[in-house]
Design a protein around this ligand. Structure first.
Ligand SMILES: CC(C)(COP(=O)(O)OP(=O)(O)OC[C@H]1O[C@@H](n2cnc3c(N)ncnc32)[C@H](O)[C@@H]1OP(=O)(O)O)[C@@H](O)C(=O)NCCC(=O)NCCS
Length: 194
């Protein structure tokens, strides 16, 4: 995300510009959030290469994460309806720094699964909480009724984050990954009109 354009030059069909927005952190700093576009692929791949093992493990639950071409395509070529991803970046400067990514993908006609990752140097600023709320609002607007999220059982930050954001749930059978979920509320609408 290190050189993600703040404004995509040629957004793909269906690009929901309505999700482009400034984010004001509790400490007053401003960041920029926008939907991911296919043109972010190279930058995202660079971010994955630079990411530390603990972050990748916490996000993907495997110590041998491999960013295949298919996976990169999945992460960047999204339909904005059943799959929405928002990138958060710094504002200003020639090369905005990638800060965080949050996404949800539908698992059924009514449920979405969400995941968030914040770059280590930007953690504990409340960014993940804001991102989860943006995703929950978008999913609600798109007509989904439940949002779930999984994290490793010893991931205190994710556990606290999701608890604060209204998620609840129990440990999965393998005892390693916890899935929590939250009922979404609001009037169903289409994502394009959100
Ligand atoms: C989990 C993660 C997204 C949180 O991002 P963040 O922007 O730091 O989160 P927030 O600032 O909104 O804080 C969330 C809560 O976790 C707490 N927290 C953050 N880091 C913590 C840590 N290392 N230990 C304990 N608590 C921590 C915060 O104090 C806050 O708790 P509170 O609401 O009770 O005050 C981030 O640590 C991360 O990217 N981890 C790697 C990927 C991952 O684990 N994703 C989760 C899968 S959904």
């Amino acid at each position: 995300m290190a050189h993600m354009n703040q404004y995509p030059d040629s957004p793909p069909a269906g690009y929901p510009a309505c999700f482009e927005q400034e984010i004001r952190l509790p400490d007053g700093h401003l960041l920029w959030a926008r939907p991911i576009v296919p043109g972010d692929a190279d930058i995202l791949a660079a971010e994955f290469s630079a990411a530390d093992d603990a972050t990748l493990y916490a996000r993907f639950f495997t110590r041998s994460f491999d960013l295949t071409k298919d996976r990169l395509r999945y992460l960047t070529e999204i339909d904005y309806a059943t799959h929405l991803a928002l990138a958060v970046m710094t504002i200003g400067g020639e090369h905005p720094d990638g800060v965080a990514i949050g996404r949800y993908a539908a698992t059924t006609a009514t449920d979405v699964e969400a995941a968030v990752v914040v770059k280590p140097r930007y953690r504990r600023l409340g960014i993940a909480g804001i991102l989860v709320e943006l995703l929950a609002t978008a999913a609600t607007s798109a007509g989904y009724s439940t949002m779930s999220a999984s994290h490793l059982a010893d991931n205190t930050a994710a556990d606290r984050l999701l608890g604060r954001m209204g998620f609840s749930g129990g440990r999965l059978e393998n005892g390693v990954v916890v899935e929590a979920s939250r009922i979404l509320r609001g009037d169903p609408a289409t994502i394009g009109s959100a």
